[in-house]
Design a protein around this ligand. Sequence first.
Ligand SMILES: Nc1nc2c(ncn2[C@@H]2O[C@H](COP(=O)(O)OP(=O)(O)O)[C@@H](O)[C@H]2O)c(=O)[nH]1
Ligand SMILES: [Mg+2]
Length: 352
Amino acid sequence: MKIGVVGLPGCGKSTVFGALTGMPVETGYAAGSGKANLGVVKVPDPRVDALARLYTPKKTTYAEVTFTDLANPGGAAGSADRGGLDRATLNAMRDVDALCQVLRGFPDAAGAAPDPLGEMAELETETILADLEIVEQRVARLRKDRSDPRELALQERIQAHLESEQPLRSMTLSEAEEKSITGYAFLTRKPLLLVLNVPEEGIGEAAPDDVQQAADERGLGLVVLSAQIEMDIAQMEAEDQNEFLESLGLEEPASHRFIRAAYGLLDLIAMLTAGPDECRAWAVRRDTPAPAAAGKIHSDIERGFIRAEVIRWDDLVAEGSEAKCRDAGKLRVEGKDYVVQDGDVVHFRFNV
Ligand SMILES: Nc1nc2c(ncn2[C@@H]2O[C@H](COP(=O)(O)OP(=O)(O)O)[C@@H](O)[C@H]2O)c(=O)[nH]1
Ligand SMILES: [Mg+2]
């Protein structure tokens, strides 16, 4: 899964990126202009840990999330020169599975008060305009060559929706329509997670009502964190980390909360595989049938799918082995219509 971190210059994108990845980053308005940071985070999963204790496998592999800290648009943008998504940033945004907009919740270096709702509206407008540009070109082309009246009707509906200043997230599309537009990678159709970046004093507090309400109305996820301090924590040794979190009254680093929110937003669940070679978590969309889930591992397994042998992870840990689960009736044999559930340990049988 790839998540692009976006937002106005100075809102704290690079700092949030540092907090999520634990990687050292340059912060400040001018820092990293024109260059994006890329980082990979392992998704913490106690179920994988429990399976690894059982099998002591050669390899333990967690699901991964890739973060891109999308550079501020060209040049050294200062607070007087806000906004304006350039081409490169727009293209990078099209390339991710989900967007995370950072909203500045602290007074900036010049003392300007935070305006999270304004920032939210600004990015919304800019991404609506970017999508509109694409759909206008497509509509013009479809009108000219008259090749596909159904596609034209759909694109015109999309255009009307955007012209009414609504992101495409709020548009109802059939499964077939949804599929037919994936190639356009519309920015306002991508899942969006908001991060309100608050000052240290606001740590552990809920979001202000107006911000929470704006997120709820749009059906967006919202995570409140204090990026500066979370970045410092993320770069500490594990031991110091826990002590420091405790002293702040926090149960876990912000990256864990963020990843859970992102999983929820993208409707992802963990499918597990376990054995002496490897214990591993795979991120799959909820409601994925067994063969498609098998395809995450290898396309050959999807193609030659025969059946899935499924054990709940906690049954496997409690019984201690696959054989014991079989004897205890805790191993189920499932066919191609089975929908993989969060926490299923799956063993696929397939033809080669
Ligand atoms: N007080 C405070 N300052 C922050 C916080 N997060 C970022 N900053 C500062 O705000 C400035 C811009 O942050 P940066 O991450 O570079 O923003 P970007 O332009 O969106 O990448 C830097 O000087 C940061 O140190 C925060 O949580 N609290
Ligand atoms: Mg930056």
